[in-house]
Design a protein around this ligand. Structure first.
Ligand SMILES: *[C@@H]1O[C@H](CO)[C@@H](O)[C@H](O)[C@H]1NC(C)=O
Ligand SMILES: *[C@@H]1O[C@H](CO)[C@@H](O)[C@H](O)[C@H]1NC(C)=O
Ligand SMILES: *[C@@H]1O[C@H](CO)[C@@H](O)[C@H](O)[C@H]1NC(C)=O
Ligand SMILES: *[C@@H]1O[C@H](CO)[C@@H](O)[C@H](O)[C@H]1NC(C)=O
Ligand SMILES: *[C@@H]1O[C@H](CO)[C@@H](O)[C@H](O)[C@H]1NC(C)=O
Ligand SMILES: *[C@@H]1O[C@H](CO)[C@@H](O)[C@H](O)[C@H]1NC(C)=O
Ligand SMILES: CC(=O)N[C@H]1CO[C@H](CO)[C@@H](O)[C@@H]1O
Length: 565
């Protein structure tokens, strides 16, 4: 009975879909002819905001099919060819069909919301259904052709909001939990590099998500962070990143490092875009019980986008964490404090972590103790949930053995041979030391760290250059919102390529706002006020070869030509 009903409604749907497709086909054929403004005024995909793209789609200036076509061409230009940035591991062969269906739906019943028909890239550790043809591997051949049971919860939410999953981003293999490897390298994706410094280190582990967002290979991307993996590549990618509170966004369907620290967040070219995405991603999920601790109503984070967001806000500078920073970063950071004062903020400087000594002495060792056991336990649990794993790998020990057996692909000379993080976790155990470290980790970063500091000095948030901002928030499970801060000078020394260059001229760096649990709304308002007053991202573009040439005008123009002929 049920099946027949389903079949009936499916066939009704097909007829409806066909009718709409025909109507839409007739309509869309003349789109470019009636399309105003002129082709020259279509948004530049290097910088286009989600709102701009949505407006163009709504006004019929271009379609989601056009957008996907243009983005795929841009990927083709720079991913393996030209500068060979290796930001993308796989593109979605169904993206055009999905875009067409969403175009038809828009024509029939209007957009679902701000993400309807907007192409987004997700890191390769975030599951996408196998039926769509894309793998989910964290960059490793050990998970090649593994079959995930379903989309990751965050992907389900993106699709429900109408977003198009355009492809899977390259990353530091296993999200940098394999060993001491150059950031942005994975066996499946090769070595990703920065679009700002030729052969430059893109940082990681969400390297490809950052690179593809930085130069407009999609509207935005998802990354994941355990300690620094969103914030660092956003810093080097001249981007906005949100590392949400652990438990705000579900990790169900995400290849894990640590259930205590992993979190999924947006990487975007503006605070507004990141806020739109976070509103779609956040929410409870019964498959990730950490999410049940979040406030029951997900805020509309776009309501935090206020230009006066820094007025009357007290922000603290934990100076001792800033020791030894590059001079250009230190100068830009100090200048940002003046900007924030001008915008009405009170800067408390210094505002040291009240447990600074304890933090410096013990946070890394406690964090490592938690991560080792988590990696072993959580990875095994993830693999056990897969429907098929052709490599036969079941746990960490199998994975280490797999890498040795496939050393030609996985332990590649000369730079990519290490798997010491995996081997160091082999003997990890779930014991009292582990439970103690979990509590310590939380308390050193949270209760006795960030929270005590905010309370003692009556602060709303801490501010730091992004490259030193991650660990307190990561071990506490607290949020970070990062924005562009500046660029190394043109005279900066270009370091040797081993195989990526650590620093170079024009390399971007970021500024991070760090707060207590679930303070994303406030952090977004501070970041937005700062961004709107500075627009740092717009002050430097990628090096010329790393900027894809294909624009909407080429795609829409070609379609117009075809209609005229
Ligand atoms: C993995 O990628 C290959 C192509 O490289 C494809 O043939 C295969 O279907 C993909 N596997 C899954 C499970 O999507
Ligand atoms: C989630 O469930 C696990 C058991 O499956 C339990 O050990 C853990 O404490 C729970 N975490 C939260 C935050 O509820
Ligand atoms: C704390 O700071 C807020 C402004 O952020 C101010 O309104 C309040 O009076 C301060 N409280 C104390 C106890 O200083
Ligand atoms: C930045 O400001 C701090 C605090 O005022 C000062 O100690 C430091 O020397 C400044 N750094 C630079 C590079 O100007
Ligand atoms: C964790 O931190 C505490 C101090 O806060 C320290 O006594 C303990 O040795 C640390 N544990 C590990 C495993 O590093
Ligand atoms: C793990 O334990 C085994 C057996 O106790 C031992 O032989 C091996 O050296 C240990 N490995 C590490 C990385 O500690
Ligand atoms: C989409 C794309 O270009 N994927 C490539 C990623 O890198 C690997 C390794 O070089 C290629 O095999 C893929 O074709």
């Amino acid at each position: 009975m049920k099946t027949r009903k389903l079949r009936l409604s499916l066939s009704l749907f097909s007829v409806l879909f066909l009718a709409l497709s025909l109507a839409w086909g007739a309509y869309s054929a003349q789109l470019p002819l009636s399309g105003s403004p002129g082709l020259a005024n279509l948004p530049d995909l290097y910088e286009a905001s989600i709102a701009e793209l949505q407006a163009g789609l709504e006004q019929g200036h271009f379609t989601s099919v056009d957008l996907v076509t243009a983005y795929l061409a841009r990927i083709e230009e720079v991913n393996l060819q030209g500068p060979a940035l290796r930001a993308i591991i796989e593109t979605n062969s169904m993206a055009l069909a999905i875009a067409r269906a969403l175009d038809v739906e828009r024509y029939a019943s209007g957009p679902r919301g701000p993400l309807h028909g907007i192409p987004i890239i997700v890191k390769d550790n975030i599951a996408t259904v196998a039926g769509e043809g894309m793998n989910t591997t964290a960059g490793s051949f050990a998970l090649f052709n593994s079959v995930v049971p379903r989309d990751a919860h965050v992907v389900t939410k993106l699709r429900a909001a109408g977003a198009i999953i355009l492809g899977k981003a390259n990353l530091s293999e296993w999200s940098h939990a394999r060993g001491d490897l150059p950031s942005g390298w994975s066996a499946r994706g090769g070595q990703c590099s920065s679009p700002y410094v030729p052969q430059g280190d893109p940082s990681g582990s969400s390297s490809g998500s950052a690179v593809s967002t930085a130069i407009g290979l999609a509207a935005a991307a998802l990354g994941t962070e355990t300690d620094g993996s969103i914030v660092f590549p956003c810093s080097r990618g001249n981007l906005v990143g949100i590392k949400p509170t652990v438990g705000l966004t579900s990790r169900a369907g995400v290849i894990p490092i640590s259930s205590h620290q992993d979190t999924v967040g947006p990487m975007a070219r503006s605070v507004a875009d990141a806020a739109v995405l976070l509103s779609a991603l956040a929410g409870q999920d019964e498959r990730d019980n950490y999410t049940l601790a979040q406030p029951s109503v997900v805020p509309d984070y776009t309501l935090a986008l206020k230009r006066d967001g820094l007025k009357g806000v007290r922000l603290g500078v934990p100076r001792r964490r800033l020791a030894g920073l590059n001079e250009a970063v230190a100068v830009a950071f100090n200048a940002s404090l003046d900007t924030m004062r001008r915008l009405g903020a009170t800067i408390v400087d210094p505002a040291e972590l009240v447990n600074h000594e304890e933090f410096e002495m013990y946070s890394k060792s406690n964090e490592t103790a938690v991560m080792r056991t988590d990696l072993k336990v959580d990875l095994k649990r993830y693999i056990a949930g897969l429907l098929a794993v052709p490599s036969g790998v079941k746990d960490l020990a199998d994975l280490v053995a797999y890498n040795i057996a496939h050393a030609d692909e996985e332990l590649v000379e000369p730079y990519w041979t290490d798997q010491s993080v995996l081997t160091s976790a082999l003997n990890a155990t779930v014991d009292q030391d582990y439970f103690d470290a979990i509590v310590m980790n939380r308390d050193i970063g949270g209760k006795r760290g960030i929270d005590a500091t905010l309370r003692t000095l009556n602060l709303s948030a801490l501010i730091m250059p992004s490259m030193v901002a991650s660990t307190p928030a990561s071990v506490a499970g607290y949020p970070i919102v990062a924005v562009p801060l500046g660029f190394l000078p043109a005279t900066a020394i270009l370091s040797p390529a081993t195989p990526v260059r650590d620093v170079g001229p024009n390399q971007p760096f970021g500024l991070s706002f760090v707060g207590t649990a679930f303070s994303e709304f406030d952090l977004i308002s501070y970041a937005y006020a700062y961004e709107q007053a500075t627009h740092t991202r717009l002050k430097m573009r990628a090096y010329p070869d790393a900027i894809p040439k294909t624009q909407l005008v080429d795609v829409v123009g070609k379609r117009r030509q075809a209609v005229l002929e």
